[in-house]
Write a protein that binds this ligand. Sequence first.
Ligand code: PEP
Length: 250
Amino acid sequence: TPGIRPLVAGNWKMNGTSASLAELHQIGNGFMHGLDAETEALICVPATLLYRAAEILHQTPVKAGGQDCHTGESGAHTGDISAEMLKDAGASHVIVGHSERRTDHGEDDATVCAKAEAAWRAGLVAIVCIGETRAERESGATLDVLSRQIAGSVASVATAKNTVVAYEPVWAIGTGLTPTVADVAEAHAHIRARLLEKLGAEADRMRILYGGSVKPSNATELLAIENVDGALVGGASLKAADFLGIAESY
Ligand code: PEP
């Protein structure tokens, strides 16, 4: 989209130990040497690696992020992590409402919205994930689902600076399947239109990422689609060569 700096964000999910930090070094180096500075890059690592990831990436243009946060700032929530804690550990962004969180932890749109607000409170950018299931796509409900998720999980005070929207068809995540170019274009145009209704001109500058089985071999095609302002990359972000290959597609 004209005037929008693209963002390529990795999501390591529940993968990665100390041994994986070598890949982060390589990703950071890739962006310091040669990669187009027009593309912003981010890797959302497991919370256990965040502090070290942020240290490794500190001298590079690549940022470190979290994958989820609690709505509260601190308190009696064993096992949970607040946005303030992620910020303290070196995060700049946090993913909220990933479909795996929505499914595994029963997160609804209201929870996702509250998590995005927690991210803003801590000074983090929220990456709000939305997307239809296979059954919803097959029944023709995709655009209605996206409208409902935007209505419920994107607060009306969201700005282009504090929020990124990620369109991730659930059936395309980790499956090797991707929607057609026409389907991605339709979904992203719909998301932009709903955001414009809700947020006004701010929505013209808001990034809308595509996520779901993005890899070096399909990135050029997907990232060229109108209203696709970057990618959220799961599996292919675990290997530096793949992630850099995707970022180079711009
Ligand atoms: C994701 O989980 O955000 C994702 C897009 O995963 P993958 O790239 O592995 O499909």
